[in-house]
Design a binder for this molecule. Structure first.
Ligand code: SF4
Length: 176
C-alpha cells in the first residue's frame, strides 16, 4: 500500500477529502486553486529551480506500507526544505506535509533537516521542525490513512469554511 504527502496533507484538512482522493475520485483538474498553486511555485521564485534540488523519496514501513514524497525545493547544503503555499488557511496541514518530508529524509539517513513554509502573497514564513512526538503522530495517522484506504465508508462532510474552496465542494453539497 502506498501513502504519499498529499494524503498526509488531506488527512489533516478533511478525512472525507482524503478518502475521496485515495479512492481515485479526483476533481483537481477542475480546481482553480490547484492551478493557482502551481502557478505560484513557478512565478514567486523564478531562480529557485537552479539553486535547489527536486528530490523524490520513498521508505518502506513494517514491510507493508510504501511511503513516498516529492520535495520540489530542497537546499541540500543548508538541509532546508522550502515549501511555497498561497494561503495559510490550512497551515496545520501544510506543517504536517513538510514534517512528513523531514521524516522521509530521516528514514533515508538524512538527519537534522528543517523546513520553511513560505506564503509569499502574505509575506509570512514559518520554520518547521520534527519532534519525536511528531513522528509518533505521523505513525498513528499513517495507520489511520491505511484503514481509510481500504474502508468502503466515505467519512461525513465537515461543513467547514474550507469546503467552499475544496475541489469536491459540488460533489459534497450539490444536492443540498
Ligand atoms: S467539500 Fe468539505 S466535506 Fe467535502 S471533501 Fe471538501 S473539505 Fe471535505
Amino acid at each position: 500500500m502506498n501513502i504519499n504527502a498529499t494524503l498526509i496533507n488531506l488527512y489533516h484538512v478533511c478525512q472525507r477529502e482524503c478518502w475521496l482522493h485515495t479512492n481515485g475520485i479526483n476533481m483537481e483538474h477542475t480546481s482553480d486553486t490547484v492551478y493557482d498553486g502551481k502557478l505560484l511555485h513557478e512565478t514567486s521564485y523564478p531562480q529557485r529551480a537552479e539553486k535547489y534540488t527536486e528530490i523524490e523519496l520513498s521508505a518502506v514501513l513494517n514491510d507493508e506500507i510504501i511511503l513516498t514524497g516529492k520535495i520540489d525545493f530542497y537546499d541540500a547544503k543548508e538541509k532546508i526544505i522550502h515549501e511555497t503555499k498561497r494561503s495559510d488557511k490550512i497551515e496545520e496541514a501544510h506543517e504536517w506535509q513538510v514534517k512528513y518530508y523531514i521524516w522521509l529524509l530521516e528514514l533515508n539517513g538524512i538527519e537534522d533537516v528543517e523546513a520553511i513554509l513560505e506564503y509569499p502573497t502574505l509575506r509570512h514564513k514559518n520554520l518547521v521542525k520534527l519532534s519525536e512526538a511528531d513522528k509518533q503522530h505521523l505513525l498513528s495517522i499513517i495507520r489511520n490513512i491505511a484503514q481509510l484506504k481500504v474502508s468502503d465508508n466515505c467519512p461525513p462532510k465537515i461543513n467547514a469554511k474550507i469546503c467552499k474552496s475544496c475541489s469536491y465542494y459540488e460533489l459534497c453539497y450539490i444536492d443540498e
